[in-house]
Design a protein around this ligand. Structure first.
Ligand code: C2E
Ligand code: CA
Ligand code: CA
Length: 950
């Protein structure tokens, strides 16, 4: 190692051998120079000397690098000179310069620097951004591309870490990635997004690797940034394209599948349809056929496809088919034919309807003939049957007694049958094309059209009754049945109307209705309809209002009927009805219950005095004279009123109560009205109980007959007796007929009682007449009601037969009114009695409205002069004259006269003096029980004790 020693002034004092050689080499000469300065550059000389002096003065060692630059570069050596003090010699401070040859290192370094700069320029020439960092993460180097890419000068990076160059978050990522690389080693690649100089975000790929120093320690990393934006886009586009291709492919697959499905489906459809389908080439070779065709041909597909008609059918038929194909091909359109052919499969004659259609290929040239054929044998047969049936049906309709019409959707007629035509003015021509309301018209026809429209809308039947006028002016009633006629699509095409003439039925229905609800004589509602109205009125009655039921009975009507005949009585009733209607409001009901009994229903009355007014009006109106024929007749009426809901809420009760009130009005002197009171019910109940008691009396034998003798005035001889009814009521004693006979007549009980009286009286007559040689005639009172029981004559014949009573022992007493009955049955009965030999007496003669004509018309034997005349015969001249007149008429007509109620000898004397033969009365005897009769003397002289007794 070269070592040189200097003194403090820098004078060389010593140099070793190596230094010597070094100097020699440095001067390029044969010997070493005296001073180092000659081989050093001026600046370096100064530094060299300064360093020596400095070390000499300070004693602090120093270093200096130098080279001897007198030599060409290649021969130069480089040294590091270390200056240290060397105090050892002669007390002065010396400085040692120790030369360390650094040439090799310097050269290497230069080489390195050279390489580095080469690398640098190399790196700068490559277009990829490259960077390197040391182990601490400081940028060592970045190339030009890096700077350009990021738009930042190199100086901003070199020597700095990412934390100084990038935002913190990003820096952290870079840092972690770098650390990961240092940890794992190898090459690190990852994609990232980076903002470039143009502020565009680019896709980049970082490629990094670790580099090592001489000792193999990690010295840093080097990385490259690849802009892969374009690649990525290309990749993306490629992927998209790929996807698209995939999709396309998929859809093509689906299409293909669908197509084959469709074809399979089409074949299935073709196989399932009952029609035969086939396809032949133009040359006539079968290309396709369905099952139906296979069946028809009687062979499977294999035996058909690829074959011609000649392989399948008989020559003649094949010829025929071939011709038809050719015809269709020529015609270039669908050809339809019906043809009878023999099916190869079953050898049956079949009618097939064939459609042949030329088909074209994709190029538009004719490829073959498509055939579709249908077996229409059945259809044809069906059509024929249908036609036959329709003919039959038409014949039926044309000859039907019912009217038949067919209507179109506009309700106008399309068809009418002869019956209908014959009933209408103008016949079929007038009916066809017209709606019912247009012809024949009429109030019902609008409804008729509504019904027709309904049938069109609902497709269901309708029935209704139509009243219309026929061509002869008669009003006809037809029961019309409307039936929808459906078209092929199931909707109603036409409506058939069949009408049956029910005019007669309708007329009798109206009549029945009238009979059931109306009074035949006055046309007023009857009891049934009245009750209906009453119940209805009750159901809708308003609060604070009453509904009144009025019963109205004509007083003295019976008399008019009896004396003037029923026709007049009827006229009176009709007029009375008119007057009643005039007394009430239109909504009120006036009804006739029968006889002279009327009822009025007055609903919704707010006050009682309204009813009093109405009642008064009714009474006044009926008080006015009735002009019947040429005569004025006077009747009056009694009115009874019951109120809903005051008296009862029950319709039946209300009627009963009004009736009771009416009876009260009658009893209290007639010509008046009475409202119902509770007391009336009690009375009515009493009447009711009397009725039921009377019924019981018949069964229990409480009835008894008393007999009042009749004597011959001239001899006082008893010639007969009148049977008089008594009711021996237990607990009450004897009840007089006046108290129960009217009720018995009213209720009809008199029929049973009368039969009992007849039987009882006949027995008595038989007894007395059989026991004596003198005849004793028993008089029996017959009530009108007994004649109304039809078989009176038969009953009497039976009783005579049963009791052994002879007809001549009997006399029937009837009242005048009976003879006024227009009923033939009275005459028939009387003639029957007469022909049997029973005599007939007119009771109470003179009290009736004596129409004396009946005396000659009927077989009357006896007239019984009424008690009222007899009793005044001696006191009242007019009565005396009347009695005389009766006696003379009787004499003329050859009739016997019996005087009733003879109480005094004067009366008896008058009667005898004027030709009356027979008398009956208390003067001779009261009515006696049967048991007293046998002991009666033959002659009954006027009885002093009886005389004057009433
Ligand atoms: P009549 O047929 O006029 O009967 C005569 C009535 O006069 C009897 O009343 C009798 O008792 C009464 N009488 C008889 N002599 C006198 C007299 O001197 N002075 C008075 N003041 N009266 C006298 P009676 O028995 O009460 O009968 C009343 C009526 O009842 C009868 O009237 C008759 O119309 C009816 N009647 C009686 N029995 C029957 C019967 O069996 N059948 C029917 N249908 N009616 C009968
Ligand atoms: Ca009598
Ligand atoms: Ca009498």
């Amino acid at each position: 190692m070269p070592v040189i020693r200097y003194d403090a002034r820098g004078q060389r004092r010593y140099m070793n051998h190596a230094a010597h050689a070094m100097m020699k080499a440095a001067s390029g000469g044969s010997s070493a120079p005296d001073v180092e300065t000659s081989v050093l550059a001026a600046t370096v000389q100064r530094q060299y000397l300064d360093a020596i002096r400095e070390v000499a003065t300070t004693g602090v060692a120093r270093e200096l690098e130098l080279t001897f630059d007198g030599l060409p570069e290649a021969q130069r050596e480089y040294y590091l000179v270390q200056f240290t003090t060397d105090p050892v010699q002669d007390g002065t401070t010396g400085v040692l310069a120790i030369y360390f040859n650094m040439t090799a290192g310097k050269r290497a370094e230069a080489k390195l620097r050279e390489r580095e700069s080469f690398l640098e320029s190399l790196l700068d020439t490559i277009p990829i951004p490259v960077f390197s960092k040391d182990r601490q993460g400081r940028y060592l180097h970045v190339n030009r591309a890096f700077q350009e890419f990021l738009g930042v000068p190199r100086e901003r990076f070199v020597g700095k870490t990412v934390f100084e160059t990038s935002p913190h978050e990003l820096a952290q990522t870079y840092f972690s990635m770098d650390e990961a690389l240092f940890e794992k080693g190898g090459i690190q690649r990852y994609e990232f997004k980076v903002q470039n100089a143009q502020k565009d975000v680019r896709d980049v790929e970082f490629s990094k690797a670790v580099f090592h120093d001489d000792q193999g320690r990690q010295a840093g990393l080097i990385g490259a940034i690849l802009d892969i934006t374009e690649r990525k886009r290309a990749e993306f586009e490629q992927r998209m394209q790929f996807d698209q291709i995939l999709r396309l492919n998929k859809s093509l697959e689906v299409k293909a599948l669908e197509l084959s499905d469709a074809r399979a489906q089409l074949m299935t459809v073709l196989h399932t349809i009952p029609d035969m389908v086939w396809l032949k080439s133009t040359a006539g070779v079968f290309l396709l056929c369905n099952h139906s065709f296979e069946q028809f041909a009687g062979r499977s597909k294999a035996g058909i496809l690829g074959k011609t008609d000649y392989d399948i059918f008989e020559a003649e038929l094949a010829d025929f088919f071939r011709q038809r194909d050719i015809a269709a091909l020529d015609a270039m359109q669908v050809c339809i034919d019906d043809e009878w052919v023999v099916a190869p499969a079953n050898r049956e004659r079949t009618l097939i309807e064939t459609r042949l259609l030329p088909v074209f290929d994709a190029g538009g040239t004719v490829a073959g003939v498509l055939g579709v054929a249908r077996d229409i044998t059945e259809r044809r047969r069906f059509e024929e049957r249908l036609a036959r049936r329709e003919h039959e049906f038409r014949t039926l309709v044309e000859n039907s007694p019912d009217t038949v019409a067919r209507y179109g959707k506009d309700c106008r007629r399309i068809y009418v049958n002869p019956t209908f035509a014959s009933l209408s003015v103008g016949g079929a021509d007038a009916l066809l094309g017209k709606a019912p309301s247009e012809f024949p018209g009429g109030p019902d026809t609008v409804l008729y059209e509504k019904h027709i429209a309904d049938v069109f809308a609902t497709a269901s039947d309708r029935e209704f009754e139509l009243t219309w006028q026929a061509n002869d002016g008669r009003r006809l009633c037809h029961l019309i049945r409307l039936t929808p006629e459906l078209g092929a699509n199931g909707t109603v095409e036409t409506v058939l109307a069949v009408g049956r003439d029910i005019s007669e039925l309708q007329a009798s229905r109206v009549k029945i209705h009238r009979l059931a609800y109306f009074d035949a004589l006055t046309a007023l509602p009857n009891r049934v309809l009245f009750n209906e109205h009453l119940r209805q009125a009750i159901s809708v009655s308003l609060p604070d209002h009453v509904t009144a039921v009025m019963m109205i009975d004509l007083d003295r009507f019976k008399g008019v009927n009896d004396t003037m005949g029923h026709a007049v009585g009827d006229e009176l009733l009709c007029e009375a009805a008119r007057r009643l209607l005039a007394c009430v409001r239109p909504g009120d009901t006036v009804a006739r219950f029968g006889g002279d009994e009327f009822a009025v229903l007055i609903p919704e009355v707010s006050a009682r005095d309204v009813l009093e007014q109405i009642s008064a009006t009714i009474i006044d109106r009926l008080d006015e004279p009735f002009l019947l024929g040429a005569r004025e007749v006077f009747v009056s009426c009694s009115v009874g009123i019951a109120l809903y809901p005051d008296d009862s809420t029950d319709a039946k009760d209300l009627l009963r109560y009004a009736d009771s009130a009416m009876y009260l009005a009658k009893r209290s002197g007639r010509r008046g009205y009475r409202f119902y009171t509770k007391e009336l019910t009690i009375e009515a109940t009493a009447r009711l109980s009397l009725e039921s008691e009377l019924r019981r009396a018949i069964d229990q034998g409480e009835l008894e007959l008393y007999y009042q003798p009749q004597i011959l005035l001239r001899s006082a001889e008893v010639i007969g007796s009148e049977a008089l009814l008594r009711w021996n009521h237990p607990g009450v004693g004897f009840i007089r007929p006046a108290q129960f006979v009217p009720l018995a007549e009213e209720t009809g009980l008199i029929v049973d009682i009368g039969r009992w009286v007849l039987r009882e009286a006949c027995r008595a007559a038989t007894e007395w007449n059989s026991a004596s040689d003198k005849s004793h005639k028993v008089s029996i009172n017959l009530s009108v009601r007994q004649f109304q029981a039809r078989d009176l004559a038969v009953t009497i014949a039976e009783i005579l037969d049963e009791t052994g009573c002879r007809p001549e022992w009997l006399e029937f007493e009837i009242t005048e009114s009976l003879l006024l009955e227009e009923d033939d049955s009275v005459m028939t009965s009387l003639l029957a009695f007469s022909s049997m030999g029973i005599s007939i007496a007119i009771d109470d003669f003179g009290t009736g409205y004596s129409a004396l004509s009946y005396l000659t018309r009927f077989p009357i034997d006896t007239l019984k002069i009424d008690r009222t005349f007899v009793q005044q015969v001696t006191t009242d001249r007019r009565h005396a004259e009347l009695v005389k007149a009766i006696l003379s008429i009787a004499r003329c007509l050859g009739q016997r006269v019996v005087a009733e109620g003879v109480e005094t000898t004067e009366q008896a004397a008058f009667l005898e003096a004027h030709g009356c033969e027979v008398a009956q009365g208390f003067l001779y005897s009261k009515p006696l029980p049967k048991s007293a009769m046998p002991s009666l003397p033959r002659r009954l002289h006027p009885n002093a004790t009886n005389e004057g007794k009433l």
